[in-house]
Design a protein around this ligand. Structure first.
Ligand SMILES: C[S@@+](CC[C@H](N)C(=O)[O-])C[C@H]1O[C@@H](n2cnc3c(N)ncnc32)[C@H](O)[C@@H]1O
Length: 266
């Protein structure tokens, strides 16, 4: 079973989340006080998921802190994350990206950006398939591990401040990562990815789905989009949908917490 899920802890969380794990105080507090509490205060709120669109503007310091805390989680658990996820089978996701790049009649090898590459599992697979992947991750430990295991170029960057070459990549593979972007920042980050893709380039994104709430899951910040909201956000950034599916394959929908989506840059 573990071989079929992207990140076991998140899947467990997401199942509970879909089942109705709600919180009451965060959104209400924001509305009443009009002075948003700091991120640290929000994190002390148990299960602080709030509805979207939210009535809170995250300030630059908030964004720095929430991304640093989330990245810190991965940095601190880098070895156990690698052991727990290196054998996860996400062939279906990599194939979906490659298939749609091939349909655009681009010649291989493909330039692929593995956004939030983690310790490098998918970089190795893309490399072994004859392509030229580049990894980017905010966790320094993952960057070092990904460099070591894949030999690929790895950029140590925060997704909230990407600095990527323009119109360079044939595809972006964002497996279990874009949900860490607060919704208010997603149009900008999707715009960065759009600009880094060649015209007609393909964006793959798999995320734990939800009912359009976001907030803290332990020490990781996440936004849990419905298919409708997610598609609205991505198409507004200049993409058209190619396909979507739910994972793991072959399960009833309520046992498929992951929404996999593929888009083409218009
Ligand atoms: C759930 S893991 C997925 C890793 C890998 N894509 C996989 O499928 O196994 C999320 C990844 O996003 C990275 N990440 C989270 N927030 C980030 C941020 N703000 N900037 C850059 N990377 C971030 C983490 O370091 C981690 O590698």
């Amino acid at each position: 079973m573990l071989a079929q899920v992207e990140t076991p802890g998140l899947v467990r969380h997401e199942v509970g989340f879909d089942a109705g794990a709600t919180t009451t105080c965060t959104a209400a507090r924001f509305g009443a006080a009009r002075v948003p509490p700091t991120v640290s205060e929000r994190r002390r709120t148990t299960g602080a998921l709030r509805p979207m669109p939210n009535n809170v503007n995250l300030e630059p310091d908030d964004l720095l802190e929430l991304s640093a805390t989330t990245i810190g989680h991965y940095d601190n658990s880098a070895q156990s994350f690698w052991q727990g996820t290196k054998d996860h089978d996400v062939t279906q996701n990599r194939s979906a990206l490659l298939r749609h790049i091939e349909h655009s009649e681009t010649d291989p090898p493909f330039q692929i950006l593995d956004l939030g590459c983690g310790p490098g599992r998918d970089l190795i697979a893309f490399r072994d398939a004859g392509h030229e992947p580049t990894g980017v991750d905010g966790a320094a430990n993952f960057c070092a591990m990904a460099r070591e295991v894949s030999g690929c170029p790895i950029l140590h960057q925060n997704m909230l401040a990407l600095d990527l070459p323009a119109e360079y990549f044939d595809g972006v593979f964002a497996n279990a990562v874009l949900f860490h972007v607060p919704t208010q920042e997603l149009p900008r980050v999707l715009g960065n990815l759009h600009a880094s893709l060649k015209p007609g380039g393909v964006l793959f994104a798999s995320n734990p789905r939800g009912d359009d709430r976001e907030g803290w899951n332990g020490d990781r910040y996440g936004a849990y989009h419905s298919y409708e909201r997610w598609t609205h956000l991505v198409t507004a950034a200049g993409f058209e949908e190619l396909e979507h599916y739910y994972r793991p394959p072959g399960k009833p929908r309520e046992e498929q917490p992951w929404l996999a989506t593929v888009y083409r840059r218009i």
